[in-house]
Design a protein around this ligand. Structure first.
Ligand code: SF4
Ligand code: SF4
Length: 244
């Protein structure tokens, strides 16, 4: 594929531990084979031009007018926005940030990107496996695929954590004891007790990795997304709005 026919992809980091941008660098060669990549890590970026994809990392500091305005501008200029990583998708550990730290002690309130703008897909993970991004882009191109459904469904929620996993899967009896959640947890906040996961609350950074890795919770997310889509179509029908 020639340079000119490849889609344009912007990678933009709103700040955090930098684990997400670093994880994307691990697949940058593969990415460059399917899209033209613009990123501050690779040179300057132009936020005033349009992009086919914007892959956003980090959470948004609500005390920063620049962050909020930049986010809105990217949304206006990008056809498809992907929140990559837990901070961008569900807030993650930055939900605990209370400010006071150098170099920005005035930065006190953080939220996920999904709470401020409409996101097309969100990939929770701290950080996600970067190959997931390649697979999602390939699913988007094909117009179908498991990652397309799962990460579209997770874009409809701005809160996922080990607490949700316990409440909605373990305590409801839906857990099949596969252990995928325990293996996916970056902080060892989950442990198997008598065949089912148990949460060590003080270790949970609310990254949501366990929920998208759980076969039962991911089914739940996709079922809820379908119901939400149906209710939106019904509401549009009742109010006479045009679809699309
Ligand atoms: S239990 Fe682990 S994987 Fe799940 S949200 Fe908490 S830190 Fe993340
Ligand atoms: S991934 Fe889901 S089904 Fe598997 S052990 Fe964890 S909670 Fe149970």
């Amino acid at each position: 594929m020639s340079q000119r026919t490849k889609p344009e992809l912007l990678i933009y980091d709103f700040g955090g531990c930098e684990g997400c941008p670093l994880s994307i660098i691990r697949v940058i060669v593969q990415l460059s084979q399917i899209v033209n990549v613009s990123s501050r890590y690779l040179g300057s970026v132009d936020l005033n031009r349009s992009y086919d994809y914007a892959v956003l990392t980090g959470s948004i500091c609500l005390d920063s007018v620049r962050h909020v305005e930049t986010l809105r501008k990217i949304r206006e200029n990008a056809k498809i926005v992907i929140a990559y990583g837990s901070c961008a998708s569900v807030g993650g550990i930055t939900l605990y940030a209370r400010g006071g730290q150098e170099p920005m002690p005035e930065h006190r309130k953080f939220t996920s990107i999904t709470k401020l703008i409409d996101v097309d897909y969100s990939i929770p993970g701290c950080p996600p496996a970067p190959q997931t991004l390649i697979s999602l882009l390939s699913n988007i191109k094909q117009g179908r695929g498991y990652f397309l459904d799962l990460f579209k469904a997770s874009s409809y929620t701005s809160k996922l954590s080990g607490f949700d996993l316990i409440d909605e899967i373990v305590l409801t009896g839906l857990c099949v004891g596969c252990g995928a959640c325990v293996l996916s947890c970056p902080t060892n906040a989950l442990q198997m007790i008598e065949g089912h996961p148990d949460l060590i609350p003080e270790k949970c950074i609310r990254c949501g990795s366990c929920t998208v890795r759980c076969p039962r919770f991911s089914q739940l997310l996709m079922q809820r997304a379908k119901l939400l889509e149906k209710s939106r179509i019904l509401i549009r029908g009742v109010s006479g709005e045009k679809h699309g």
